[in-house]
Design a protein around this ligand. Structure first.
Ligand SMILES: Cc1ncc(COP(=O)(O)O)c(C=O)c1O
Length: 437
């Protein structure tokens, strides 16, 4: 019997009008892109009636899980009011003031609709402010799909150059080749390489952008002192520091990774969790840099600051602001990490888990140290794929790269069920070395 028959049928119909049958090719995953009919808290149900504990959380936004009552109420109320003014309304500053309170760098805030858009805006502001052309970025980091953003994210090992001096590479067909001209690419967690690149290109670098935790290449943590060094070197060279907190924002702590690591960038981008699943992104930072948009650095957007997204952000931030809900999410994640590690050891499966509680990744590898993108290339992807297929059958909905997101409404009950499911998964994909106790 095909557990996913209805999804296959709907995909076939969708593919007749929707390119590839999906709204984002990133979602075309094995064994078939699933169609869903409902979700509640940390759980999801597909159109075949299969139920899952949701650790994909729509690739991050569902920090409060599905249909959180406060979010539902806010959106329902706003659905009865005008949906957009294309002009000012009070919810806008209700959100920006909350962000200002929570996020250390946020002297000023602006709204956009996607993470990619927020990143495009901060690149422009950085160039306008410094008068310099280049952005320094790190291999394996994802900052969006636009031409100037999608560089050296998944570089081809045949062309990516020496480990300490990566060669910038385009990640997409159809990308303008000259997108590479204004970029410098560095290996992450490598201070010596950073110093060399700044010594060579420092006067041209407008900003360095980093995911403060490298969530898009396996939730790798910055080494102790690395973000501080990045802060110092950018400052010494007159370049700005941008934290791309599209994932870590309103997930790691209510003030993002910058609050967790006590390193304040000049600019930061946010998205995903900010409005709990309603379309919204933002960027924030130093007032003098943000005010470049009042002095000719163009910025706009028809849907910016739309009331439903603003109301959803107020509701989400009000749940998150005292830190308790995120502490819970992170604690649940840590429990999962510890249990999964112990299970893998019991089954003799080489596994490293990296990240923090509310966002972590499984790496099936014998490597003891994972510092940057290239270190993850030794991960056993075939084993991961077998793990993911078995996990789906056992009721765990995960992202295709082995990343897990945990929400504020995952509870001990989900943790227990998950551990039992992971045990069944490991039993299916690997033989235990010694019997379980
Ligand atoms: C760190 C980071 N930056 C930027 C983006 C782009 O955001 P969006 O998909 O909303 O355009 C993403 C998306 O996953 C991301 O993870």
């Amino acid at each position: 019997m095909d557990r996913y028959a209805n999804s296959r049928r709907l995909l076939e119909r969708a593919a007749g009008s929707l390119t590839g049958g999906v709204s984002s090719p990133f979602r075309a995953k094995a064994p078939v892109p699933l169609y869903f009919r409902d979700g509640e808290g940390p759980r999801l149900e597909d159109v075949d009636g299969n139920r899952y504990i949701d650790y994909a959380l729509a690739w991050g936004p569902l920090i409060l899980g599905h249909k959180h009552p406060q979010l539902v109420e806010a959106v329902r109320d706003l659905a009865l009011k005008p949906h957009i003014y294309g002009a000012q309304h009070e919810l806008e500053y209700e959100v920006s003031e909350r962000i200002q309170e929570l996020v250390p760098c946020a002297e000023r805030v602006a709204f956009t609709c996607s993470g990619s858009e927020a990143v495009a805006a901060v690149f422009r502001l950085a160039r306008a402010f410094t008068g310099r052309p280049r952005i320094l970025r790190f291999e394996g980091h994802y900052h969006g799909w636009h031409d100037q953003e999608l560089i050296s994210y998944r570089p081809d090992p045949q062309r990516f150059g020496a480990p300490d001096a990566p060669c910038p590479t385009l990640d997409s067909r159809g990308q303008a080749a000259n997108s590479l001209e204004n970029v410098v690419v560095a290996p992450w967690n490598d201070v010596a390489a950073l110093e060399r690149l700044f010594a060579r290109h420092g006067s041209e670098i407008a900003a360095a952008i980093t995911e403060p935790v490298l969530c898009n290449s396996g939730c790798l943590m910055p080494e102790s002192g690395y973000l501080e060094t990045l802060r110092r070197i950018t400052r010494e060279n007159g370049a700005l520091l941008i934290f791309d907190e599209v994932i870590t924002g309103f997930r790691m702590t209510p003030g993002g990774a910058q609050r967790h690591f006590s390193v304040t960038p000049d600019l930061a981008t946010f998205g995903k969790a900010l409005a709990g699943g309603i379309v919204l992104s933002a960027f924030a930072g130093r007032r003098d840099v943000m005010e470049e948009m009042l002095k000719g650095a163009a910025f706009g957007g028809t849907f910016n600051g739309n009331p439903i997204a603003m109301g959803a952000a107020v509701a989400t931030l009000d749940v998150l602001k005292d830190g308790r809900a995120l502490r819970h999410a992170n604690e649940m994640g840590i429990q999962l990490i510890e249990f999964i590690r112990a299970l893998a050891a019991e089954f003799g499966i080489p596994l490293r888990i990296t990240g923090f509680g509310a966002a972590f990744s499984l790496h099936f590898t014998k490597r003891s140290n994972l510092r940057n993108y290239r270190d993850t290339l030794e991960d056993d992807r075939d084993f991961l794929n077998r793990f993911l297929l078995a996990a789906l059958d056992e009721g765990l909905y995960l992202l295709p790269d082995g990343r897990w997101y945990v929400s504020t409404v995952h509870s001990e009950r989900e943790v227990e069920e998950t551990i039992a499911a992971v045990r069944r998964v490991f039993t299916r994909v690997a033989r235990p070395l010694r019997p379980s106790v």
